[in-house]
Structure formats: structure tokens, C-alpha cells
Design a protein around this ligand. Structure first.
Ligand SMILES: NC(=O)c1ccc[n+]([C@@H]2O[C@H](COP(=O)([O-])OP(=O)(O)OC[C@H]3O[C@@H](n4cnc5c(N)ncnc54)[C@H](OP(=O)(O)O)[C@@H]3O)[C@@H](O)[C@H]2O)c1
Length: 162
């Protein structure tokens, strides 16, 4: 199965200039907890924005460039979303980690979404698709810890497909 994990600010903003806009270490910690040991699926631009291969996770990087190859045993480059079938049909939970293009492309195949909703305006150029009420229901919510290092009002919201 596929699950989405994403941090979304007001007006569905998720990034700017191929980077995250906010620094929210509590959310990064949660991302690590949820995705460690799992397969993470991303677009080429998000892979580049990570700047490194994340430890203890298999990376699937989608890209259209037939020449593209990443020489790392934990990274597989796929050129066609049909090659994701085994991850979609697997009983294991595999994670779509962005960015905007890949969320839009793969949202129809996802059954669960782990959303960190940051209740603040940011100027951005990358956006999460609309979450349609008729397709998704909220399964859990939890208030994020707000402190000096995490100076935002934010909530963890888990959605499941209806
Ligand atoms: N807030 C969050 O939680 C979060 C998480 C992740 C990312 N982000 C943000 O999202 C932004 C990046 O999003 P983005 O839309 O620009 O880039 P992206 O979704 O990360 O990657 C797009 C790339 O994926 C490849 N691709 C797209 N469709 C494909 C297909 N059908 N088959 C094969 N490959 C395909 C293409 O690579 P090629 O061009 O190489 O062909 C395309 O340029 C950044 O600002 C980043 O910080 C935010």
C-alpha cells in the first residue's frame, strides 16, 4: 500500500525554490520515526533537495531522464509509474514523500495520509493537491509540540481513504 507523508502550510503551500520553507525539528523527528525501515518514493527534484540518501530507507526516485542513474544500493531510479505496481499492491506500507508533482500523480493510489498541518501563511511555489472530503476522512489528530525550536501552531492529522 501507499501512504503519503507531507507537511502543509496554509493555502496548501509545501515548498519554495525546491526547499522546505520552515524549520520544524519535531516534524522531522516524526518523519524519521514513521519512515525508518520503509521504502520512500519521491520525485527527482525532492531527491535533489534532500541532498543525501536518508539512512535505513530504500529510496525510489521517479525521473523521466532515461540516462539518470544513482550509484547507491539504497536508491532505485524508476522512469515509469507502472513500475510502482509492486509497491502499490504490497501489504507493506510504502511512503510517498513528495514533492508537489509526485503527490498529485500518486495521490489516487494512496490509502492513508500523514499530514502535518502548519497553521501559518508562507509564500511558496509548490502546493499539495486539494484533499477532497468525499474521498478522505480524518482518522486521528494530535496537536504538535510548540516551543522555542518549533515556533509554529501545527497539528498531525491522519487521513484514511473512505
Ligand atoms: N512539505 C513537504 O512535506 C514536502 C515534501 C517533499 C517536497 N516538498 C517540496 O516540493 C517541492 C518539489 O516539488 P516538485 O513538484 O517541484 O518536484 P518533485 O515532485 O519532487 O519531482 C518532480 C520530478 O519528478 C519526475 N517525474 C514527474 N512525473 C514523472 C513521471 N510520470 N514519471 C517519471 N518521473 C516523473 C520528473 O523528474 P525529471 O525532471 O528528472 O524527469 C520531475 O521533474 C520542493 O519545494 C520541496 O521542498 C515538500
Amino acid at each position: 500500500m501507499l501512504s503519503i507523508i507531507v507537511a502543509i502550510a496554509n493555502k496548501n503551500v509545501i515548498g519554495k525554490d525546491n526547499a522546505l520553507i520552515w524549520h520544524l525539528p519535531e516534524d522531522l523527528k516524526r518523519f524519521k520515526q514513521i519512515t525508518t525501515g520503509k521504502t520512500i518514493i519521491m520525485g527527482r527534484r525532492t531527491f535533489e533537495s534532500l541532498g543525501r540518501v536518508l539512512p535505513n530507507r530504500k529510496h525510489i526516485v521517479l525521473c523521466n531522464d532515461m540516462e539518470m542513474n544513482i550509484d547507491n544500493e539504497n536508491v532505485e531510479v524508476l522512469k515509469d509509474i507502472k513500475d510502482l505496481d509492486k509497491y502499490i499492491n504490497s501489504s507493506e506500507e510504502n511512503f510517498i514523500i513528495g514533492g508537489a508533482t509526485i503527490y498529485r500523480l500518486l495521490m489516487p493510489y494512496a490509502n492513508k495520509m500523514y499530514i502535518t498541518k502548519i497553521n501559518q501563511d508562507f509564500d511558496g511555489d509548490a502546493f499539495f493537491p486539494e484533499i477532497k472530503e468525499e474521498e478522505w476522512e480524518i482518522a486521528a489528530t494530535e496537536k504538535g509540540t510548540r516551543d522555542e525550536q518549533n515556533p509554529f501552531d501545527y497539528d498531525y492529522i491522519t487521513y484514511v481513504r473512505k
